[in-house]
Each structure stands twice: as structure tokens, then as C-alpha cells.
Design a protein around this ligand. Structure first.
Ligand SMILES: [Fe+2]
Length: 195
């Protein structure tokens, strides 16, 4: 189950009040990018793409956390009965499917990490998981940024970026370029204020 578009927007606005920050607008850009790409892929539901994109970082409602935001978002959406959104809260940070490759602090207990690993192991990624992973890696504050520049930024900030995660993100772009029959950047909003 999923929240409606309006309900998802309300949930995000409320969450931003609890933990204000650029993550709210980043979530809106991910949603718009996911919706636009989905509109060019036969069989994809644009509304679902928008909603799961909008909710992917909702765990940030509960404070400034790294791996913790994945755990919190997954549980928050499950508690509300929105398991399709919960799934994307879980999968969006793990494009290679391996929790160990998470870039950031492992700020949850060992038991909670085990729970995430087990939930990931039960999940076979679909095109909505892949789409949000892609959009997360190319969404800035106002629109789409060059994915390689963004990954380079992360590499500088955290001092590392696993090569297979880098390669996997590039593969995701090629996957959706092929599915949409174009270079996806052509259909995404530019990263300029007020686009
Ligand atoms: Fe996230």
C-alpha cells in the first residue's frame, strides 16, 4: 500500500518541521525526477514513482542520522501500513544490495543492522527500487546534477566511494537511458533555482 500523493506531501511537510534541512527539497526533486523518468518507461506508474521518491528519505524526520534514517524510515512507513514506500526507504541506499557498502556512519545497533540485512535479503529489486536509487544519486536541491560530479563530491566528503557502487550507479543510468530510449538528463529539470 501507498499513501496518496497529497498524503505523502503532508507527511513530508510535517517531517521537515521535526528536522528542517535540505533533505526535504532533495526528496521533492527525487520525486519529480522519478515521475518524469517513469512517464517515459512503458508500464511504469508515474504516481507510484513520485510517491516512493518523495518518501525515500522520510526517516530523516527522526533526526540527523546516517544508516539510522534508513531504519527509521522503513519502520515509520511500515507502522503507517505503507509497505511499498517502506520498501524504498530500505532499498534506496543500497544500489549494490550490500548493506556493508553504505557510505556513512553505522549508527544503529547490531541487531538493527541484522534486521536491515535480512529485509534486504528478502527483497528482489524492481524498477521502482532502481529508479529511486538512480534519482537519489543525481538529485540536487533544485534539479538533476551530473551523477559523476555528485558521487565525486560524496567521495571527497567521506573519503571513499566503493568502486562497485559507483559502477552500479552508472549502470542504473544506462539501464534507464535504454528503457526510456534517450539520455535521461534530457527529461530532467536542471539544477537551477526556480526551474
Ligand atoms: Fe536517504
Amino acid at each position: 500500500m501507498l499513501p496518496t500523493r497529497e498524503e505523502a506531501e503532508r507527511i513530508l511537510a510535517e517531517a521537515e518541521k521535526c528536522n528542517p534541512g535540505p533533505w526535504g527539497n532533495h526528496s521533492r526533486i527525487v520525486a519529480v525526477c522519478a515521475e518524469r523518468i517513469a512517464a517515459c518507461v512503458e508500464g511504469m506508474d508515474t504516481e507510484k514513482a513520485y510517491i516512493v521518491g518523495l518518501m525515500h528519505d522520510i526517516g530523516r524526520k527522526f533526526g540527523v542520522k546516517h544508516l539510522g534514517h534508513v531504519y527509521d524510515g522503513y519502520h515509520y512507513m511500515m507502522d503507517l501500513g505503507y509497505e511499498e514506500a517502506a520498501r524504498v526507504c530500505l532499498t534506496h541506499s543500497f544500489s549494490t544490495g550490500d548493506m556493508k557498502e553504505y557510505i556513512g556512519n553505522f549508527d544503529i545497533t547490531e541487531e538493527q543492522q541484522k534486521e536491515i540485512e535480512e529485509a534486504l535479503a528478502r527483497t528482489v529489486y524492481d524498477d521502482y527500487d532502481r529508479l529511486v536509487q538512480l534519482c537519489d544519486s543525481l538529485s540536487g536541491t533544485y534539479g538533476a546534477v551530473d551523477m559523476e560530479i555528485r558521487m565525486g563530491d560524496v567521495k571527497r566528503r567521506y573519503g571513499r566511494y566503493p568502486q562497485n557502487k559507483w559502477d552500479q550507479n552508472m549502470a542504473l543510468k544506462r539501464y534507464f537511458d535504454e528503457k526510456t530510449g534517450r539520455d535521461i538528463y534530457e527529461i530532467l529539470p536542471p539544477d537551477t533555482p526556480g526551474n
